[in-house]
Design a protein around this ligand. Structure first.
Ligand SMILES: Cc1ncc(C[n+]2csc(CCOP(=O)(O)OP(=O)(O)O)c2C)c(N)n1
Ligand SMILES: [Mg+2]
Length: 485
């Protein structure tokens, strides 16, 4: 699984390059690329990282999604594959060479003007309703799916319990954010897309990695800072990365994953529509309620809507941004979907504690975004049982509040449905729990036995295109040459 890959410390390179690289890496099939925001330090092994960046401001070109005009020189709209409708931000020259055609702005034909105007004049709420009612029901939830979700959610819960234990024993260092309580969010949404649809998330990322198919061993070893971790132990808890499973982080910079999510969606759209390869895809960009007021997020919503980019922004709304309750940190907190609607984006609110309800709502929604090549916005209501991070004393909320949400626990709800329907017995559930416990214990053993990286690893996989003699080791052996430089 470990092949050559890149780690790009974004604090040390120009941001436009940093944010363009991930989607571009997809085009050129670089084996791996890892953006490191700010990372933790392993008590035992080296973890590379840079200082946290605050208030990062991203322009559309930083998303790697700057688009050119969509008409050919005569003014006609081009529709077939292999046309030259797109420019990729500041790296337009590279794509131009590939397709050998120069952009030109011509006069739009009347039909196109009508289409654009009717789209612009449709009130966002009406557009949302119209899109939302187009499909449904065909996606029946089977008992097998429910049992699989139960297993996945329990795996994440158990994994997080052991993670907390290992953290308290100082086997895991740096920042560590526990996902318990939110399991239905990642399991239910990931179940609704294809295995090769890209996803990207923030630092509370263990659940997404496991739900996407990363082994508990690779995930745990990463947190232990060991060489068999998914990023050779260089990323730690906040930087789970798994290209084979189309999971592109794990990012510590609040909202930085949103332009990346749009970039992935654009890369896939370009591949399908321009290069005539692959199939229609949709990307999921998960973010917290604390990320929705970042400038980058609004730029990306606007851009994605204007250019029909099939990315779904999933707000895992757990009600808190660190220790600040949502009504204290954002305006119009009860009506987050108005954010998406104001950009003409189909937007829905979903109860993220009931996985079957979540899937039933989200599956047709995601199918629409894929089919129509449109962005989506989801206010996914959830709750986290632990503090913001392992070092949070949680003085901003009461135990009663936490207990009230535990009463609505998503695993307990699914289990009781299955028990009531006679689809699982108490004994089978006990067996499932024991199997999962053993699986997680085995991952801890694996992580402990995995070697600590050699100190020389500090200088490998760090720069996408190191300048000659920049690395103290003088030679650069890992990774692929960046075709853009
Ligand atoms: C640009 C930026 N600003 C501030 C921080 C510090 N910070 C880390 S997590 C966090 C809160 C984010 O809350 P939310 O998005 O709701 O996610 P949750 O932790 O609830 O999953 C903040 C402010 C950061 N990492 N990056
Ligand atoms: Mg939050």
């Amino acid at each position: 699984m470990i092949s050559s890959f890149f780690i790009l410390p974004i604090a040390h390179c120009p941001l436009p390059i940093a944010y363009c690289l991930l989607p571009i890496a997809l085009f050129y099939r670089m084996p791996r690329l890892h953006l490191v925001g700010h990372s933790g330090m392993s008590p035992k092994g080296p973890i590379l990282g840079s200082g946290g960046l605050r208030g990062v401001h991203l322009s559309p070109t930083m998303c790697g999604i700057g688009l050119g005009d969509q008409r050919d020189p005569s003014g006609r709209t081009q529709t077939g594959p292999r046309n030259d409708r797109y420019l990729l931000g500041r790296h337009a020259g590279v794509l131009k060479r590939k397709s050998g055609h120069i952009q030109h702005i011509g006069q739009p034909c009347q039909r196109e003007v009508d289409q654009i105007m009717s789209k612009r004049m449709t009130p966002a709420s009406t557009a949302s309703k119209a899109e939302a009612t187009m499909t449904n029901s065909a996606n029946e939830i089977t008992t097998e799916m429910k049992l699989q979700w139960l297993r996945q959610m329990q795996l994440i819960r158990e994994f997080e319990n052991r993670t907390m234990q290992a953290y308290q024993q100082a086997k895991i260092g740096g920042f560590c954010h526990i996902y318990s309580g939110q399991e239905a969010c990642c399991v239910g949404t990931i179940a609704a897309i294809n295995q090769d649809d890209p996803i990207v998330t923030a630092y509370r990322d263990h659940g997404h990695a496991l739900a996407r198919g990363m082994t508990p061993e690779a995930c745990m070893a990463e947190m232990f800072g060991r060489v068999h971790g998914c990023a050779k132990g260089k990323g730690g808890s906040m930087h789970m990365f798994d290209k084979p499973n189309w999971m592109f982080g794990g990012h510590g910079i609040v909202s930085a994953q949103t332009p990346l999510g749009a970039g992935f969606a654009f890369a896939e759209k370009y591949k399908y529509e321009v290069m005539g390869e692959g199939e229609k895809k949709v990307s999921l960009a998960y973010l917290g309620d604390g990320a929705i007021d970042q400038g980058a997020f609004h730029e990306v919503l606007n851009y994605s809507s204007v250019h029909d980019i099939p990315v779904i922004f999933i707000i895992e709304n757990n009600g808190y941004s660190m220790g600040t309750a949502i009504h204290r940190h954002t305006a119009n907190a009860e009506n987050l979907i108005s954010r998406g609607q104001s950009y003409g984006i189909n937007s829905i609110q979903i109860d993220g504690l009931d996985i079957c309800h979540l899937y039933n709502e989200f599956k047709p929604f995601a199918d629409q975004c894929r089919e129509n090549s449109r962005p989506g916005f989801v206010d996914l209501k959830t709750y986290r049982y632990q503090g913001h991070s392992m070092s949070d004393p949680q003085k901003y909320r009461t135990k009663d509040e936490v207990d009230a949400f535990k009463d609505k626990d998503s695993i307990a709800k699914l289990l009781s449905d299955l028990l009531a329907g006679g689809h699982i017995t108490e004994d089978a559930w006990k067996d499932m729990q024991s199997e999962i416990k053993e699986q997680v214990m085995a991952s801890m053993k694996f992580a402990e036995e995995s070697p600590v990286p050699d100190a020389s690893e500090l200088y490998t996989d760090v720069y996408a295109n190191p300048e000659k003699n920049l690395s103290p080791t003088a030679t650069y052996t890992h990774g692929t040459k960046n075709p853009l430089m």
